[in-house]
Ligand binder design. Sequence first.
Ligand SMILES: [Zn+2]
Length: 266
Amino acid sequence: MSLYAASGFLPRQDAAITKHWLPEEVDLLLAKQGVSKEPVNIASLAMKLGMTRIVEKPLRGAGALVPGGHGFTIVVNVNQVHTRQRFTIAHELAHVLLAPDSKIAWRKGPTVADKRLESYCDLLAADLLMPLSRFRQQLRRLSSCTPHVFMTVKNLANIFDVSLTAAAIRFVEAVEEPCVLVVSSREKSSGKWKVGWFRQNTLDRHGNPKHFIRPGTHFPVWTTAHIGPAHIDMGSLSGTYYVESHCFGAAKRYCALTLIFPQRTS
Ligand SMILES: [Zn+2]
């Protein structure tokens, strides 16, 4: 099963998607373009694949793809951090790779199909920045050095020059054992932690995601800075599991990434 299917996302036929990319095809594309080591030089790759310029500007969103001349200009938000800008370049490049012959690669709008398209671009962006085979290789190497998962995820983020969140999502996709990533943030008014979103690689026998955690569910505060077994009780994810959490942010906004391993108890 492809990662796209495993993540519960199957792109439907869409005018803005005329070419589907499997992770192995992305590996081949990178090899063909002479990308042989990480971190992937995403700006150089984008230029090789038909982008004419990459410019930094103040933007309301993360980035934009502007058609013109013989290709596209990628605009990235000058106020965002380097790793976010790299992801934006990969995301905008993904729009073009998904519809190489289409004039509407840059189409934007609020429809459901566009939301799916944006999710698909994010998946392809992750494949470009963190090629699966190389990510797995590094994951195996680093895991043999330390049992601490977040130490490994931090090292992966450094090696691939991506954000910790992007590396954590990729970790869930690449790791061999069942794993759920929960992203929560602290409410300013109440100080309570609430689940924002989650990702998992755990599937039931029909291939559907096994666990569901309702966004907004309260998250026990102690688990936001924790390594070891913990009792989790969040809907279909209920029991004592091995948990690692990493908390980051500043006074205005605290976030926590929590990795839960449903088949590990210690
Ligand atoms: Zn987009």
